[in-house]
Design a protein around this ligand. Structure first.
Ligand code: PRP
Length: 209
């Protein structure tokens, strides 16, 4: 069964409030996404395997550590792109594999429009990045693409998750770990997360019109 990891931290609560507010401008919204992504990344990477090697300090030799596995970041376009930079700050050697999905606005079904995963050996662990896990349709499609590539260890990182999306992944992909800053109340009749933060992609890229 999926492990659900929800951040419980005063800084998360403060940054989330900025993100939720309709008065927050696009620049500030992006900053809050970055800060929350960094906190989420810190928690979601806690189990990454490391190996030791020898480091020479100016004074002596000592044990150093480096990541053992090949790490991939899979941001879901568009909004997931805003979570890439903070992840790369922490894991600069990550590979970034973009996955393009959008939700059909009438049916709320995901449409897969871009993916260029290679034929070669898959990454050892992939972090799917998307600020919002609503119905879970887009995340499920991203998971399927990564599984088809051969990725065996997948973690879903969302800033805000709805119970419906968590349940969807739980049922269909019990091995995928879910990390979220917060789990909101529910989806409304238009499949938007309530109270949520509106449309993350539009607020990040200033395309609300
Ligand atoms: C939003 C969001 C997720 C998806 C979540 O993207 O960023 O990708 O919806 O919904 P789901 O869990 O019900 O699939 P959107 O379709 O608005 O695309 P955009 O990021 O290009 O605006």
């Amino acid at each position: 069964m999926n492990e659900i990891n929800v951040l419980n931290h005063p800084l998360v609560d403060c940054h989330l409030s900025v993100l939720r507010s309709k008065q927050t401008c696009n620049a500030e919204f992006r900053q809050s996404i970055k800060r929350l992504s960094m906190l989420l990344a810190y928690s979601a990477t806690a189990q990454l395997e490391i190996e030791t090697y020898t480091v020479e300090t100016p004074l002596a030799a000592c044990a150093g550590h480096r990541l053992k596995k090949r790490v991939g970041l899979a941001p879901i376009l568009r909004a997931g792109v805003a979570m890439v930079e903070p992840m790369l700050e922490l894991i600069p050697t990550s590979e970034v594999w973009h996955l393009g999905m959008y939700r059909d606005e009438h049916t709320a079904q995901p449409v897969h429009y871009y993916s260029k995963l290679p034929d070669g050996a898959p990454v050892d662990i992939a972090f799917i990045l998307d600020p919002m896990l609503a119905t879970g349709g887009s995340a499920a499609m991203a998971i399927k693409a990564l599984v088809q590539w051969g990725v065996r260890h997948i973690k879903m990182l969302a800033i805000i998750a709805a119970p419906e999306g968590i349940e969807h992944l739980r049922k269909n992909f019990p091995d995928v770990e879910i990390h979220a800053c917060v789990v909101d109340e529910r989806l409304n009749e238009d499949h938007f997360i309530v109270p949520g933060l509106g449309d993350a992609g539009d607020r990040i890229f200033n395309t609300l019109g």
